[in-house]
Write a protein that binds this ligand. Structure first.
Ligand code: NAP
Ligand code: 8YV
Length: 321
């Protein structure tokens, strides 16, 4: 088929080219990777699908410029940069990549938890700096005495909980509703949970409903021995309040995979020795990113073949009610 008769897909930045581009380029015309604004200006009237990984918000204003848009395929389970409610109003399908990354993200979360509690990066820096020859690394805090509050008990939260079970750590959780079939104590009130545990792990969606959920009040309730692990979204935490709590040691430490304005990380956080910082790598292995890319491909191909998407988000159910 001549390329100008193929359905046009707009990419908001590169989305796993070795999997996604490789499989879609024969059946679709891919535009946008080399200049998003220029592609919208030139092809806006023809675009039928968007491939996105979150760098560029897919909001109502963008969708208004794409009158033939049918589907937004998000590379990632979290789709907080896509206005799914606006898509639903416009009859546009939104898909994400759930489940295929649960175990990978849960592995990384346990790694980050241990790194933060046992100060693994700090101890390594100590050795590399040649300090071991003059003194032993100071004794630190232990996971043995800790209890964990999971904020979010969905697909990934449950995979984290399974791993924590193996570590013998008591678990409780906060979410808006109790998770079906989960026996851990449910706290409808996040501050009450923060008061009762000394370690919080955030694993819930970003977006307006969770913006700033962990602020000064939650950090104060967590207390001076408190450890905060965030593998959810930077927007869930009041970042300046967290920096202040770490600087003043009103909490003990934080392990962060996500930040408010990625890829920018505040200098004040970089300067802290009680923060372990990762560049949003929860799912970033060849294995799991490949599976996520394949799910993006399968959603898009299924949609344009008239079979419907594999993993529609809650706001755009399929089959349509
Ligand atoms: P999920 O299965 O949809 O679970 C979400 C959990 O969060 C549920 O327990 C839900 O319970 C709870 N929740 C939702 N909104 C809430 C609110 N306003 N207040 C309190 N709890 C709320 O999602 P998942 O697949 O586990 O993924 C969770 C999130 O992890 C993603 O959305 C993404 O942001 C993040 N993530 C990060 C990485 C990384 O690389 N760091 C990788 C993958 C995912 P209720 O609905 O009952 O409240
Ligand atoms: C990805 C994620 O890194 O799935 C998610 O929600 O945060 C990560 O798996 C991201 O979405 C792709 O850039």
């Amino acid at each position: 088929m001549p390329s100008d008769t193929l359905p046009v897909l707009l990419q908001t930045g590169l989305v796993m080219p070795s999997v996604v581009e490789q499989q879609l380029k024969e059946r679709f015309r891919l535009v946008g990777a080399e200049g998003f604004e220029a592609a919208v200006a030139e092809h806006g009237g023809e675009v039928r699908g968007i491939l996105t990984r979150g760098a560029q918000p897919v909001n109502d204003a963008l969708m208004a410029r794409l009158p033939r848009l049918e589907i937004v395929a998000n590379f990632g389970v979290g789709y907080d940069t896509v206005d799914a409610a606006a898509a639903s109003r416009r009859g546009v399908m939104v898909t994400n990549t759930p489940d295929v990354l649960n175990e990978e993200v849960a592995d990384l979360t346990l790694g980050l938890l241990l790194a933060t509690v046992r100060e693994i990066p700090q101890a390594e820096r100590f050795l590399r700096a040649g300090k071991w020859t003059s003194s032993a690394y100071p004794l630190g805090t232990s996971l043995r005495t800790r209890s964990v509050g999971l904020v979010g008990m969905g697909r990934i939260g449950q995979a984290i909980a399974r791993r924590l079970e193996a570590f013998g750590v008591p678990i409780a959780y906060h979410s808006r509703n109790p998770a079906p079939g989960i026996a851990y104590r449910h706290y409808p009130d996040l501050i009450a949970l923060a008061r009762d545990v000394d370690t919080l792990i955030l694993i819930l969606p970003g977006g307006p409903s969770t913006r700033g959920l962990v602020g000064r009040d939650v950090l104060a309730a967590l207390g001076p021995d408190g450890i905060l692990i965030n593998v959810a979204r930077g927007s869930v935490v009041d970042e300046p309040a967290l920096v202040e709590a770490l600087q003043n040691r009103t909490i003990r430490a934080a392990g962060l995979d996500v930040f408010a304005h990625e890829p920018e990380v505040p200098q004040a956080l970089l300067a802290l020795d009680n923060a372990v910082l990762l560049p949003h790598v929860g799912s970033s292995t060849h294995h799991t990113r490949g599976a996520m890319g394949q799910l993006v491909v399968d959603n898009v191909v299924g949609w344009f073949a008239g079979k419907g998407p594999l993993t529609p988000v809650a706001e755009t159910p399929w089959p349509r009610p």
